[in-house]
Design a protein around this ligand. Sequence first.
Ligand code: MN
Length: 128
Amino acid sequence: MSAGKITILHVEDNYENLVLIRRLLQFYGYDVLEADNVSKAVKILKQIKPDLILMDINLPEIDGDTLTSKLKSIPYFREIPVVAITANALKGDREKSMLAGFDGYIEKPIDVDLFPDQIQSFLNQRVS
Ligand code: MN
């Protein structure tokens, strides 16, 4: 693992969620990259390999689960944990998330007390 700061890419089209998670992640010392759609996320991923990706499921144009299954089919990206941030705790959505290759999920609304431990545990899944 590199000695540099840990970088987290957050893909989310809801501005309030972007801001909340940005504040939390920055508070805990993480570097945050943001994309509000899949093409921006792909642009970032061509330049930077983040340590963790937080992914909204419902995005404009292409959904987060479609992007995630694509990323998981590419060896270079496969080792990055991808965590779904999902508003609907519906069982079907969770199953869909796991099928798409997500490494886990965090439910919206975000529990700010649990959030740092959730992030840490997903970072621990990284293949170093
Ligand atoms: Mn959304």
